[in-house]
Each structure stands twice: as C-alpha cells, then as structure tokens.
Design a protein around this ligand. Structure first.
Ligand SMILES: [Zn+2]
Length: 422
C-alpha cells in the first residue's frame, strides 16, 4: 500500500485567511395549539392553491404556444385572480408566503430547464404541506418563540442557538408534527482541516462504504426492513373508504412508516459522513452518476428497457442506501471543516490491481474476492477498489484536474466571498 497521504498537507495549509459565507439551516419542532395548527394548514393550503393554479396557467400558455410568464407576470396574475375570482380567503395568508410559492414555481422550472429535476408537478393536499416566508417573521430565541404575520407568536422546542443573519423561514408538516426551519447566513473564517490524511471510499450494495484503510461500513436497509409493514398499511389503506375516519388513520400510519425509514437512513448517513469527514482532510469518491443509474429501467414504449426487473431491484437498493445524500453530506461537511472531496472517474477501479496496476476482469473472482492474475496479490475487492479510488484522487490532484462538483447537490452551499492575503 502506498503512503502518499501527506500530499494534502501543502495544499491545505495556506498562509492567508479566507473569509467564506456559510449558509446553514436550523430546524425546530413547533409546539402548537389545535387552532394554530388549523391556521398553518390554511396557509399551506393557500400556497398550494396558488402554486397549482400558476402551474396550470403556465401549462395552458405552453399549449397555446404563448410565452411563459415570469415572476412579475405571475404576481400580477395573482392580484387579478384575487379580484376577478373573488378569492378573498387568500388574504388570510401572508402575501409574502403566496409570492414565495410563485418563486418556488419559477425555481422548479429553472431546475427542470437545467436538467436538475423533473418537470414541476401539481402539489397534493396533505403531502409535504409547507410554506416559506422571506421576511415579516421574528425569532425570539430567549423565549423560544417565533412570530409569523397574520398568526402571531408560536412556541418551538429550542434545542440549539441560531447563529447568523436570518434569510427565511420554512414552516412544514410531517405526519402530525409541524416544523420551522430557519435558513441563515454568516461569514466565517475558512477552517483548516485538523487532519492531513487522505482516504478513498468505495460505495456499494453489499457493503455501504469501504475505506482504503480497510474500514467497512455495513448497510442499513431502512427501506427493505420496513417494506412489509409499509405494504401492510398500504393494503389496508386501499380497502378503506376515501376520507373516512379509518382511511385517515391508515394514511397517517403509511406516512409514519415513511418518516421512520427516512429518519433511520438519515441518521446512519450522518454518522458515517461525520466519521469520515472528521478523520480525513481529503476524501476521494467515485464520480457515479447516481441519477442515471437509478433512473427508471422500464424505458419507453418505443424503446423498452433491458433487464427491467434486475435494474429496478438495483434502483431500490441504491435509493435505499442513499448514495446521493451520502455524497451531499460528505461535501458540505468537508467544506465546513476545510477539507475536500475529490470525485474520480469510476473506470476500472474494481478491476485494477492496487499493487501492480494490472487491469483484468478476471482479477475479480467474486463480488468480494480479488486476486491479481499477474502478481497474485489478494485482498477484499471493495478495499482494492477504495485504494484505487484514493490513487486516482491523488493523481487528479497532482495533475490539477479537479472535477467540478455539482453545487446543485448541496443544500448548504458555501462560497468564498473575499480573500485576504495576510
Ligand atoms: Zn497485481
């Protein structure tokens, strides 16, 4: 095994101070009365109405080959609807929240045009009820309460101090709970990573992540292990009369299982990414196009997909593991610590011998066994892959050909605002 890990050292010990902008979100659970919950539901409902109505309008304009309305055009349209359609009830919701949902629609279109997401869809009642306020709200941390326009003060479970300038607040519902998420912005001195080592990470199905130092993180199958209970509740749901009391109960149970799955996965990913990011200044990963890999395998009518069943199984496994989220978390955690993530080309990382660089598909005996045909070197296949990824990362760094990381992946993007040479 090579020991070139100190390569990182000179790159990561700059003798000037850089100030960077850190965007961070803080999420708290709200403590609400029944009346307050009802009002929040109303706010979210109005925002959903405005969003859906605007989306319908944009689609209609598209079909008539008319130009898409921009944000200002949509705002005008909103005022017109209020007057023409007598939508007086909309005025019960803070107008900034309604305008924000128009902005959200704009963003959804932009993401679609930039191929970051699918075409915007209509929002459904009871699914991700939420609204956002860019201003007009107040945060009183001492008394653990938040002020929303047209509603008043709401208490929240104050678990940590919010730092920085408040940018906006998102109020959302998950099952029977409501949350407030504050987006903040502050300037911090760019940190220097406490460690100087580098590590290669191979992600897979059998093992969630394997490190080049031999450490293995086993997968948690948060979805697979709860699939049966999910199916059970979904079946019960399908037999109930829609909107009946029992139907509502079943809907609640289904969303509870979903929330549990998401929590278990998220918690585990945070633990792994924390451990890796804490211990290593440079993390090399394979630049897997997860979006493409996990795309629908069934194809179109004209061009049906191959191995549909096998691929959909792989898709489920990939999405269950949360590789995309893993990379996103690694990137922002590394940035916050002053480390880096290098994405390398995934070619031959699993077939190349890490001792003699001999590439052959025959090197790989089974899923987990690796034995070089050329030099007889033996190791766990995932560890060999991780070592190759680390090597490729070092090579990339030496050549200076950094792969630009996709910033749309980061919810917590940070950018360098100014650099001062000391
Ligand atoms: Zn070899």
């Amino acid at each position: 095994m090579s020991s070139r890990s100190n390569v990182v050292d000179f790159i990561h010990r700059p003798n000037y101070i850089t100030i960077m902008k850190r965007l961070q979100a803080y999420k708290f659970e709200l403590k609400l009365s029944r009346g307050q919950k009802r009002i929040l539901k109303g706010f979210a409902g109005s925002c959903r109405y405005v969003y859906n109505k605007s989306l319908a309008l944009q689609k209609e304009r598209y079909e008539k080959s008319e130009k898409k309305l921009n944000y200002a055009g949509l705002c005008k349209q909103l005022t017109a609807w209020r007057h023409d359609l007598k939508l007086d009830w909309l005025s019960r919701t803070p107008s900034q929240a309604l305008q924000q949902s128009l902005k959200d629609l704009e963003r959804a279109y932009e993401n679609f045009f930039k191929k970051r997401s699918e075409f915007p869809r209509f929002k459904k009642k009871g699914r991700q009820d939420a609204f956002r306020l860019p201003q007009g709200f107040k945060l009183d941390q001492i008394n653990s309460r938040v002020f929303l326009p047209k509603l008043g003060w709401l208490c929240y479970r104050n678990s940590r101090k919010v730092e920085g300038k408040l940018c906006n607040v998102t109020i959302s519902q998950s099952c029977d709970k409501w949350f407030a998420s504050f987006q903040t912005e502050r300037e911090v001195i760019e940190p220097v990573h406490p460690s100087t080592t580098a590590i290669g990470v191979d992600v897979g199905i059998a093992q969630f992540a394997t490190l080049s130092d031999g450490h293995i993180f086993h997968p948690v199958h948060s979805f697979q292990s709860r699939q049966s209970s999910l199916i059970k509740w979904q079946r019960r749901l399908s037999k109930k009369k829609k909107f009946s009391k029992n139907w509502k109960k079943a809907v609640f149970q289904v969303s509870r299982v979903h929330r549990k799955i998401a929590h278990v996965r998220q918690d585990y990913l945070h633990k792994i990414t924390h451990t890796i990011s804490k211990n290593h200044a440079m993390v090399c990963v394979e630049d897997l196009q997860i979006k493409n890999m996990s795309q629908s395998a069934s194809g179109t009518l004209a061009r049906p997909g191959k191995q549909v069943k096998a691929k959909s199984g792989l898709n489920k496994a990939i999405l269950d593991q949360g590789w995309y989220e893993f990379r996103r978390q690694l990137e922002y955690k590394q940035r916050w610590r002053g480390g880096m993530v290098i994405a390398v080309s995934p070619h031959y990382t699993s077939q190349k011998c890490s001792e003699c660089n001999y590439i052959d598909s025959g090197n790989r005996l089974t899923q987990s066994e690796f034995k070089c045909i050329n030099c007889k070197y033996e190791n766990h296949a995932d560890i060999v892959a991780a070592i190759n990824i680390l090597r490729a990362g070092h090579a990339q760094l030496a050549c200076g050909e950094m792969v630009r990381l996709d910033h749309s992946m980061n919810q917590e993007p940070t950018e360098v605002t100014q650099a001062k040479v000391a």
